[in-house]
Design a protein around this ligand. Structure first.
Ligand SMILES: Nc1ncnc2c1ncn2[C@@H]1O[C@H](COP(=O)(O)OP(=O)(O)O)[C@@H](O)[C@H]1O
Ligand SMILES: [Mg+2]
Length: 202
């Protein structure tokens, strides 16, 4: 459909457009957070469905990675562990999606090749935990203490607003978010919790 070479060019264009869009919306979100106008638009939905949709979209994407100092296109290897029964939450669907996308993008950015595992598991009473585990380079020891602060990044791959925004979104829902290196294995795991809806029987 396209002449030789133009597919790569268009893909690069799309990636750059994506990056610019994220940068601008992240900057706007930080401003909204700082002046206290980040509003949540809550509804009831099945958390598993949204995690599955995002994971499936991500599986189709290619991203650039460096192998032996050469840029290569990689497709992420994402595995999922989801519960069979619906996990109902009362939350802002778009904002929760934003957090999941940010965590998955980070996992892909910092994992050149390897597996990313997305799981949804029960946490403490009436809470659910979503975890994104990677086998990448792990969290830099200098970054760890300020992981969720603004402009925490130490790479040319971002400016470090995603985790700050994600923490604010999750805490505004009554949940919590953590990020730490894996024990006895390469890579890092980021997890967040959210309260689930309890169906009360009369
Ligand atoms: N999965 C991960 N593995 C290793 N380091 C990570 C991971 N996720 C985040 N980080 C570190 O945390 C920093 C902040 O992440 P984030 O706030 O999403 O900003 P950005 O993606 O713009 O760099 C990253 O720059 C990186 O140093
Ligand atoms: Mg990020």
């Amino acid at each position: 459909m396209f002449p030789d070479g133009s597919k790569d060019y268009l893909e690069r264009l799309a990636r750059n457009a994506d990056r610019l869009y994220t940068l601008i919306s992240d900057l706007l979100d930080v401003t909204r957070l700082e002046i206290g106008v980040l509003k949540l638009i809550k509804s009831e939905f099945n958390l598993t469905n949204i995690v599955r949709e995002i994971t499936n979209d991500m599986k189709k994407k290619t991203y650039l990675s460096t192998k032996d100092n050469v840029e290569v296109k990689v497709k992420p290897n994402i595995k999922s562990i989801f519960p069979s029964s619906p996990i109902m939450v009362h939350a802002d669907r778009e904002r929760i999606a934003q957090v999941i996308i940010n965590l998955l993008n980070n996992a892909m950015k910092f994992t050149n090749s390897g597996i990313i595992t997305v799981s949804i598991k029960p946490a403490v009473h009436n809470f659910i935990r979503v975890s994104i585990k990677d086998t990448g380079k792990g969290i830099d020891s200098e970054i760890q203490p300020k992981l969720f602060q603004k402009f925490s990044a130490m790479s040319d791959k971002g400016i470090g607003l995603g985790l700050f925004i994600s923490k604010n979104i999750i805490e505004a829902h009554g949940g919590s978010i953590t990020g730490k290196n894996n024990n006895h294995a390469r890579g890092a795991t980021f997890s967040f919790t959210l309260p689930t809806i309890t169906i009360k029987n009369k």
